[in-house]
Design a protein around this ligand. Sequence first.
Ligand code: GLP
Length: 242
Amino acid sequence: MEVKIYKDYNELSAAAAAMIIDCIKSKPEALLCFATGDTPRLAYQKAAESAIGDKIDTSGCFFIGLDEWMGIPPTNTGSCHWFLHEYLFKPMDIDPTQIHLFDALAANGEEECRKMNKLIAVNGIDLMVVGVGMNGHIGFNEPGTNINSLAHVAALDEITRTVGRKYFEDEVTIGKGITVGLKQVMETGKLLMMANGKKKAPVIKKTLEQAIGPDFPATFIRQHKNGFLLIDEEAASELKTA
Ligand code: GLP
């Protein structure tokens, strides 16, 4: 794993966008997996601008969503589904046949996981972009998740449920999430983990300085052969070596 520190959110986002575009250029049939959240929003906007502006051919790529809030409809502006369409797929002009997202309204969550597991097993994820939760989660791989986990429905912990309210305009009940598993995160061709801002500084300190293990899933990135932790100076501000 490599740690890259950028001056601010704008430079961090530009770097992540460039890595997304490089992946698509070097492998036009790439499978890309994207997180949602405040962190990657600008990177996605920049990647979409670049793809359209530079006429990058994205027609052979396939896109999957990292996670979703169970029970939240795709029309809800707090859903991962809505986010990815709004900031990435629509601006990048991606055809719906090139996208697979978890169905948060599915009666059978296990079946949703099986579909995602199959897709990943057949193609292999070339590039994954993730954020990191205040409790160290990756996607909805909450603290305590087994490193060998595949896609699963997860009971969300207190921190995730509390922090998660920021995405929703109205009061919603968020109890469970559905997510690509840690094993699949670790097997990606390239893993980009992004974090910015002062509030992520303690999270990044733990990610890099705490013992690697399920108590803080983000620590596993240190074992990824092609992992990149992209952070801004504020997020790096509590590191011993920063
Ligand atoms: C959310 C999402 C994650 C995201 C993380 C960080 O709960 N499920 O996929 O990466 O938490 O979010 P943010 O970027 O808003 O800090």
